[in-house]
Structures are given as C-alpha cells and as structure tokens.
Design a protein around this ligand. Sequence first.
Ligand code: HSE
Length: 337
Amino acid sequence: MTKIALLGFGTVGQGLCEILKDKATYLKEKYGFDYEIVAVADFAFGNVYNPNGLDVDLMLKEAAAKQKFTKDVVDMDNVQLIKECNADLMCELTYTDLETGGPAIDHCKAALETGKHVVTSNKGPAALMFPELKKLADANGVKLMIEGTVVAGTPIINLTDGPLAGCEISKIRGILNGTTNYMLSEMEKGMAYDDVLKVAQDLGYAEADPTGDVEGFDARGKVTILANIVMDAGIKISDVSCEGITKITLDDIAKAKAENARWKLIGSVEKKDGKVIGSVAPEMVSMTHPLAGVMGATNALTFTTDLMGDVTIVGPGAGKIETGFSILTDILAIHRS
Ligand code: HSE
C-alpha cells in the first residue's frame, strides 16, 4: 500500500485524484498498485491528515464548490505535515515559481530528508535545484521523479532516461508550451488574444500567472530542465534567451498564412562547440514542416541523436488529466522499482 501526501490540490492534484479513483481497480489488477491519500496541503482549502486515508471524494466535492476542507483538518504547516505524516511518497503539485523555486523546494527537501519519494510537476525545483535535490534523494535512498515538469504526461524525461539511454542527444527542438500553441491555433481561426487566453486558463492549460506562458518563461524553464538533465549542461534559467508570443498579432498570423507558414513558439537546446545553448522564440514555420501541423495544447519535440537520427514525440503538453497522468506514471515507476 503506497501512502501518498499531496502538496497542492489545484488542477493537477484534483486530476491525479480523479485518475486514481477511476482507475483504482485497473491499477490494482494490472500492477498490484494500491494506495491511500493520507495528507493534503493546499493554501486555499487547508491542510488535512489521516494516517489511515483521507475522504478524497468529499475533498473533491469541497474543492469543486470552492469550499475549505472540513474533515481531518490539522493545525500543521506544510513542512511539519510533510515531515510528520506517514506517507511513503510526496507529490509536489503547488504553483511554479521559477525565480525562487519556493515554497516547492522546501517541500521537496522536507520529504526527501524524511525518507519520502518525491514526484513533481513543479518546474521550480527541477529548473533551479535538481542536482542538489537528486543528491539528497540518493543520500536518503529515495527517488526524485520529474516527468510532469516537461510536456505533461507525454514521456520526455523518462524517454531520454529509459528507452533512449545510450544515445547521445545533441539537439532538442520543438513546441514546449501548450497554452501558447493553443492560443496561436485559435488566433488563426480569428479569436482575439485576450479571449483565447481566458479559454486556455479555464481549460487548465495556463500557469497560475499566465505571464509565464505568453512571455515564454514556462518554455524557458523546460528548456533549462532539458539542458541540465538530458545534456548535463549546468546552465541557469537566465542563460536561456527568451521571447514569448505577446507581440504576435492577428495581422502577423494572417501574413504567415499568406506565406504558407504558421507561428510556433519554439524551444531549443543545442550542443555547439562544447557548449549547450538554450533559446525560446516565436518562429514562422513552413506548412511543410512537421511542427506546423501540431495544433492546440499538443506539444512536439524532436531529439537529434547519434545512433537513431531524429526521434520525434508528439503529445499533450498541458491539462488536468494529462498532467495528472504524468504524476501517476512516476508513482507507478516507483511502485514497480
Ligand atoms: N502552462 C503549461 C503549458 C502547463 O501551457 O504548457 C504545462 O507545463
């Protein structure tokens, strides 16, 4: 029985709970996976703990009604709850802060120090502090898994670490942000920038502060994670040049169409002369290019490798269930190991 603590009960936390609930029988029969959610901390709904399992159905109902949790409420702050609860595994699903990494970094440290595996979709700890946190995980004999930080549940980190292990990757290039790809797709149909951004927020694609998406900061965080984890680049977020889509108008989109092209926000990491260069910028991509056909919140990444040539993966890059799945896949990997 895996006992789970959830830090953050927003879109991803609720998505994960819905999947775990709906697939409980399948997960048990197929993987022998059984679980209990024992602790949840959320700045809006409150902190709750029951060592024998929380009433998740009730919590989902309360969250949907935007009401505070009423059962198993505890007077413990997040770090105290993480340290003192009986979870084997903590999911860090709070909002991303790419400047300080807080409060997620403190949550990860508290879990790892007390011998709990960590699974996260939070880009802050992964982009700002991965080597230090990985060391802490190793020292405590637990895992730190971050598939959900890049392109939701579409396997990227786990692909390079697993099936592509042994291939040297010299370049990674593609669409790394679902919100902006969705916005550019809808703007092509004539929808205004502000309206389409609002829809992307309602669909759960955008970050808590959508500036992170439209200015390219979210994609820049992912480029940094890929550079450091796949290419051991040791670069900082500020080393990655970054331009978002805020300056792209309906006119620009029409002009691109007239030239048989489409705007895409492209993230890229490339090894050049012994250095790793990262960038995020909008590019006009010819309609004949494979990335031109990737629409909506779908993302796509091409890995240029020495043994396999180009390997491309296309899949959802954002969304409640899609990101919830990224957490499930890492939880299952830990369970199976
Ligand atoms: N806001 C992000 C996106 C979510 O739109 O891609 C996934 O990181």
